[in-house]
Write a protein that binds this ligand. Sequence first.
Ligand SMILES: [Zn+2]
Ligand SMILES: [Zn+2]
Length: 282
Amino acid sequence: MLVRCWGARGNIPVSGGQTQFYGGATPCLEVRTSDQSVIICDAGTGIRQLGNALLAEKQLEYILLLTHSHDDHLDGLPFFEPLYTPDVRVTAFEHKALREKLEKMCDMAKAAEFSPQCTRSIQAAIEWKPALEYGHIAEVGNALVTSIPASHPGGCSGFKISDRGKSVVYLPDNELTFDHGASMDFSAYVKICAGADLLVHDAQFTCEEYETCRGRGHSSWRQALELAISAGVQQLALFHHDADRTDDQVSAIVKECKREAALRAPRLLCFAMREGAEIVLS
Ligand SMILES: [Zn+2]
Ligand SMILES: [Zn+2]
């Protein structure tokens, strides 16, 4: 299984020299399963570059999963070139916000209200699968996809993708230890992440920031680390970097995270996810 990051920034895309290393595009993760199925998690602005890369390699079939309806996870969709390409087949799991966005894009008059892409029509075939309810498992090629309830305002899912004994857990927006409604206890997150090869987790805040940002729907890097250690995962990728965080500041967080991990879980590999990162799980 291969995991590729096309966007790791939270809340709003950013640009400029100070964010170049980790990147400014909002969440989009590509997962290639052992049978070469392409699973796309979220349609943040990172999906634009992913779409171009998929077309360049003539890959025309994908599975699309959306965690939730916040703009930073959907805004890239009108710029996903494969949607305007004949012979492309997208299998999407039912999600109200995703369907509304796609329907607006199919309706020129409505599309004109919200996107400069309004003059183009969708040519890809879109097949809808029933919504992946919390705790449900769907088969995607050789992989199994489990939906995880996340703790986030307005509701949000995470996904665990397992394939031939390897697994990645994607929880981009998840405030651990704060209940936004449908969330689980910390122990339940530990259980579902147990032994994962890669945990991609919300780590938007520093510990100091979290003191004043509690309840906003995002975790601190230390909370993400706590989950990674408790669940005994192999690798922790800090994700959903704050829009105001410079590369140097993200790197400083990684340094601190590694220092703490070295003391408590020496085999745990910690890093911050960045655009272009490729992690092979084999
Ligand atoms: Zn987000
Ligand atoms: Zn969100």
